[in-house]
Ligand binder design. Structure first.
Ligand SMILES: NC(=O)c1ccc[n+]([C@@H]2O[C@H](COP(=O)([O-])OP(=O)(O)OC[C@H]3O[C@@H](n4cnc5c(N)ncnc54)[C@H](O)[C@@H]3O)[C@@H](O)[C@H]2O)c1
Length: 268
């Protein structure tokens, strides 16, 4: 079940912003545990090196590059390096993303543009450079990473209008890409991630707010989820693994919500 032996997985944002497991890092390690050769890219070389070292220590295979997924040349170089190293790409995980606060008035145009690049263009460029490889092979599976923030107001009341826009935009991007390549043996799906307790929460939110307000926010986030707690990066990774695997061979142009019931409990 969910055996990825013989497959090569290209994972973007394969490091994590701080200590512990981010979605891309857990996904890279899980795919390697299932037998895939992992090609991890990240803008932060130290972060992706940590992921590589974990995979190597567990006896898996991982090669990495430093890559800015908002930059087409940089993405192409990484795809070329992956082909040079492993000769093929079977799985593409478009994981890069992150939020910046602001509503249409308070957010500067620069932040808006950067947010759309960070959360939407990264997936576009991943597909732009990997799809021709998959098309030549006649097979491939792509999983994009979205957020419930694209579908419902945040439990803590924070507004990040560009992030929400980009993350809901990934639905259209995923469906449209899936349909463009459905006859070519390539599947494209989306994982919509809920409020997860990843290093991002500790590194960004808790540090931004201070220890007391940070702890309150974490408690509020746990309590808001119908299952009773936030998920973690492994919950994301297991959903990604399923959609990337051959067991999901009849599944394309759709999404899997991994949110402990969060979006079902509130108007989406
Ligand atoms: N953590 C959550 O609670 C949560 C919830 C919903 C969705 N998500 C989504 O999951 C994805 C990953 O989130 P995470 O929490 O694991 O984040 P993370 O910040 O821990 O990891 C992302 C990695 O991407 C790298 N990165 C950033 N910009 C890059 C670029 N331009 N090119 C290449 N690499 C780059 C970072 O260096 C980092 O190592 C994002 O798309 C995020 O929106 C996260």
């Amino acid at each position: 079940m969910l055996d990825l032996k013989g497959k090569v997985a290209f994972v973007t944002g394969a490091g994590a912003i701080g200590a512990g497991w981010g979605n891309g890092k857990a996904t890279a390690v899980l795919l390697a545990r299932q037998g895939a050769k992992v090609f991890g890219t990240d803008i932060n070389p130290a972060a992706v090196e940590e992921t590589r070292a974990i995979i190597a220590k567990e006896g898996g295979v991982c090669f990495t590059t430093t890559c800015d997924m908002t930059d087409s040349d940089s993405v192409k170089k990484s795809v070329d390096a992956c082909l040079e190293h492993f000769g093929r790409i079977d799985i593409l995980i478009n994981n890069v993303g992150g939020s910046a606060p602001g509503d249409p008035v308070s957010m500067s145009e620069e932040v808006w543009d950067r947010q759309l690049d960070h959360n939407l263009k990264t997936a576009f460029l991943g597909c732009k450079h990997v799809l021709p490889v998959m098309e030549k092979q006649g097979s491939g599976a792509i999983v994009n990473i979205s957020s419930v923030a694209g579908f419902a107001h945040q439990v803590d009341g924070r507004v990040h209008v560009a992030y929400s826009t980009a993350k809901s935009g990934l639905v259209g991007f995923t469906r449209s890409t899936a349909m463009a390549y459905v006859k070519k043996g390539i599947r494209c799906n989306l994982v919509i991630v809920g409020t997860m307790h990843t290093p991002l929460v500790e590194e960004r939110l808790v540090k931004q707010l201070g220890p007391e307000a940070g702890a309150n926010l974490v408690a509020k986030r746990h309590a808001a989820v119908p299952i009773g707690r936030m998920g973690d990066a492994w919950d994301t990774a297991h959903a990604v693994l399923f959609l990337a695997s051959d067991e999901a061979r009849y599944i394309t142009a759709t999404h899997l919500v991994v949110d402990g019931g969060l979006t079902a409990a509130r108007p989406g």
